[in-house]
Each structure stands twice: as C-alpha cells, then as structure tokens.
Design a protein around this ligand. Sequence first.
Ligand SMILES: [Zn+2]
Length: 247
Amino acid sequence: MSIKTIINYSPNFYSKKRKINQIKFIIFHYTGMKKESEAINKLKNIKSQVSCHYLIKNNGKIITMVPNSYIAWHAGISAWNNFKFLNKNSIGVEISNPGHNFKYRDFSKQQIQSILRLSKFLIKKFKIEKKNILGHSDIAPVRKKDPGEKFPWQYLSKKQVGLWHTLSNSFLKQKRMQEINQISKKYFYNNLLKIGYSLKNPKNIKKDRFLIFVVKAFQRRFRQELINGIIDEECLMISNNLAKKLK
Ligand SMILES: [Zn+2]
C-alpha cells in the first residue's frame, strides 16, 4: 500500500522515531503564505522550526516532507479530548493556500482530490477514526484559523473522511441567527466537549473571550456559512446531531 508523492524533506522533526500506534490524528492546515514556494522554503528552513508530513501543492501534487514514523512540528500548543501537544500523535498535512491574511481562496479541485486520496491512504494505514480528523483551528482555536471555512469538510465526509452532521441545509437555514437561552448554551458547550473541543482557557486569556474563539472554530468546521462566534439555534442543532453520533 503506497501513495505517489514527491520527496522533499524538511530537517525539522525529532530524530527519535515514534511508535506507529501513537498515530491517531490527521491535522489539516493551510500554508498561509502569499506564494507556494515561500511556504515550502519556510517548511524546509531549519530556523523556522516548523514542518509537516505532507504538503499538497496548488496543482494537487503531494510532497512528503517528514516520514510518518517521525514527529513533525505542525500543531504547536494544542488540545483535543484528553490529548495535549498533538504533534506526537498526528500526521500534519499542509495545503497550499494564502489563507486569511493574504486573500484566502477556494481549494483547487486537484487539491481536494489529493486531500481525499491521501486521507484514505492514512486512515487505512493507521486506522484513524473519523472523529480524529481535524483542522488546526479545532485544536488551537485562539492561535489558528486554518484550514478555514473554505475547507471541504462536508464533501470529504461524504467520502468517509471526517465527521459531519446529518441535518438538511434548508432546515438549518431557518435556525440561523435564532437566539437561544442560557441553558441551551450549556448544552452546546457540553456537546463541544463530547465532540472533543477543549474548553479550558489558557492562563493568558479570559474564559469568555476564549469561548468565542472556540465557537468560531466550531463554525469554521461545521457551519461554514457564518463565522461570528455567536451560538445560535443552528449551532446548537448541529452540535446535538454530532454529539449523538459520538455516544
Ligand atoms: Zn496550521
């Protein structure tokens, strides 16, 4: 079982090999730089201290930058369920896209097909669960927005890659921006915990401000039409639906 990639190694990884059964997550990123070549140079520069296992170019070609059996440096300070600092437990996949700071754009058809192919390969190889296929913003919501609200989570879920809800768009649209009460908000946060989001604020940020970042991360992932940090009826419904699946 293998996948066709271009080898272009980064020096940024721990020299000690990890056990294959430590690999439990796929984390998606966008490169967030104006030019693709700049992004590749950064990921190869020893001074940058960042890397990934795979980079998917604009034309869909996949570069291997760190072999799976080594820990790449892509997640940073991060948390999901009972996991912290997810580098050691994950495969990091960078997708070329200028990101929110430089004209964030749709991922190309070729990129999406490669994301799918690579994910299928990794899921099979490491027996990765659907609920453990995540975006960087899910595990580091204050610091990160990638891969962002243009990432095709719904499409991927139809192909068995990652989690999605089973509610119809027309139903959900009626619930958008409908206010909910405090008790419902508690239910929403409880659902987030079940999905895996960490609700523990870091010391340098107050709880209420932190939670807005978490809500935005949830929206970038599961309610991509409106990212406003406000929990409405639509967010609640989606979270209920997802949490039920994870029981
Ligand atoms: Zn990232």
